[in-house]
Design a protein around this ligand. Structure first.
Ligand code: CA
Ligand code: CA
Length: 474
């Protein structure tokens, strides 16, 4: 780590020297810029991923068409803080012990001194700028950024809220609420973040930049301007395909994660399922419009031709599948995330990659794309071969961890879950893409399970420090 920083300091000075001679507005140097766009809590309900009928994401679809869309990408952990900490440090939750939203990553003995992805770019002569939600809200990471919008201690501008809450009529629902707002896009926090990024892209930069732009919707609460609800009329909304007794073949830990008696019961009691799906779709289309602002700004900027664009969501989301809502589980709806990359000179337009990949792979991929030295600390692998040829052979599955000792291994065909007490689930995506039929107990599949088990993490680090009252609900 120290060595990296020493090398980079020399390179940093070198870059400054060259940049000082370059005329203003000339996008710098040999190394490409990085535009790193995050969307919070977006599952695969994206047009180009085909995750749900009626979803409207023209800008995400347009961006995906320019490079490689990963159709089988999964998160390191199915919740914000551990997923983002793993992506930004390149270290798995099972190594860091950061499993929940209230465990600050800088207090984990394993990653308290980690050089984050943004820091590593910084150390190699890049200007590191961020806005919106990149790290988990309660735990901004000043070390990672030269500047942050709206500030180094606050990662997003406030959003307008309805005069009377809740809008969905569910008592004591907190932010598990949804409904239209009579406000302009420009009043929304995410629009302000997108416009910040657009403004930065319009400026002259004398150094290559690592620019991170984090969109918060479709994170709860699903309050977005009314026009996005109008784009998804209630009568046209399709509910997810749910099997009422789906949990019958799920082990007790999985059933506990599903909490069928919690959100799902409330949503049914208050006849809010269709409204919730509408509100999630509306929030997705709103987030998509924010992405459109940023992409348009890039296209009109001096950096259109030499900027790597990566767009990702931090995990998936259940809307009633397995009688479950939110993330916090190891099934497809919670682990499957959005990932797409456009790398000038590397990716070809229209690429679709069905190989299983993980957000953990972003760190080695991005530093590889930009010619930065590899780092042995990273537990993911570079996806460069798949960016060049999305059909390349790829033996690795994607591993997701939820709380200590519970893991899912997703290969191209299978999902294998093993809980901390040794109980299991196995699903065959070739015949059962909704993961309804748990095959783990059938002797015929012992070989499949043994093969997938090889990829389970070898360590299950003890829980890192918890700061009660911080981080939950973001
Ligand atoms: Ca999230
Ligand atoms: Ca089932």
């Amino acid at each position: 780590m120290t060595q990296d920083l020493q090398i980079s300091r020399r390179e940093f000075i070198g870059t400054l020297g060259t940049a000082a001679l370059a005329p203003a507005f000339r996008p710098a140097p040999a190394r490409p810029n990085v535009l790193f766009i995050a969307i919070d809590d977006l599952n695969d309900w994206v047009g180009c991923l085909g995750g749900h009928p009626g979803t409207k994401t023209p800008h995400l679809d347009r961006l995906a068409g320019r490079g490689v869309l990963f159709t089988n990408a999964h998160c390191p952990a199915p919740l914000c803080n551990p997923s983002r900490a793993a992506l930004m440090t390149g270290v798995r939750p099972s190594t860091s012990g950061v499993y929940t939203n209230n465990q600050p990553m800088r207090k984990s003995p394993a990653i308290r001194d980690a050089v984050t992805l943004a820091q590593y770019f910084m150390a190699h002569g890049y200007r590191s700028q961020g806005g919106g939600k990149i790290f988990h809200g309660s735990f901004p990471d000043k070390e990672s950024w030269h500047e942050y919008f709206p500030s180094q201690s606050r990662n997003k501008p406030a959003d307008p809220v309805p005069e009377k809450m809740p809008l969905n009529g569910i008592p004591e629902t907190a932010h598990f609420d949804w409904g239209p707002l009579d406000v302009e896009d420009s009043q929304m926090g995410d629009t302000k973040v997108a416009d910040w990024a657009a403004g930065e892209l319009a400026k002259p930069h004398s150094q290559p930049f690592f620019m991170a732009c984090g969109i918060f919707r479709p994170h709860l609460p699903w309050y977005v301007p009314r026009k996005y609800f109008d784009l998804h009329p209630l009568e046209g909304v399709t509910l997810p395909n749910v099997k009422d007794d789906d949990l019958d073949d799920v082990p007790p830990i999985g059933r506990k994660f599903a909490k069928a008696d919690g959100d799902h019961r409330k949503v049914l009691e208050h006849k809010q399922w269709r409204n919730a799906v509408q509100a999630y779709l509306a929030s997705i289309t709103f987030a998509d419009a924010c992405v459109g602002r940023v992409i348009d700004a890039l296209d009109h900027s001096a950096y259109a031709e030499n900027t790597v664009v990566v767009l990702w969501s931090d995990h998936g989301w259940h809307l009633g599948e397995k009688l479950h809502w939110r993330k916090f589980a190891l099934w497809e709806e919670a682990t499957h995330n959005v990932l797409m990359a456009v790398a000038p000179g590397v990716t070809a337009p229209g690429g679709r990659c069905d190989r299983p990949v993980n957000l953990m792979d972003m760190y080695p991929t991005l530093i590889g794309l930009c010619g930065l030295p590899p780092r042995k600390e990273l537990e993911g692998v570079s996806l460069l071969p798949l960016l060049k040829d999305p059909k390349s052979e790829w033996p690795r599955p994607a591993v997701t961890t939820y709380l200590r000792g519970n893991h899912s291994v997703r290969s191209e065909r299978w999902r294998y879950i093993r809980y901390s007490d040794g109980t299991e689930e196995l699903y065959d995506h070739q015949s059962d893409e909704l993961e309804w039929h748990n095959l783990a107990g059938k002797p015929d599949y012992a070989g499949v399970k043994a093969e997938l088990s090889r990829w389970l993490p070898k360590t299950n680090a003890p829980d890192s420090i918890v700061e009660k009252g911080r981080g939950e609900g973001e």
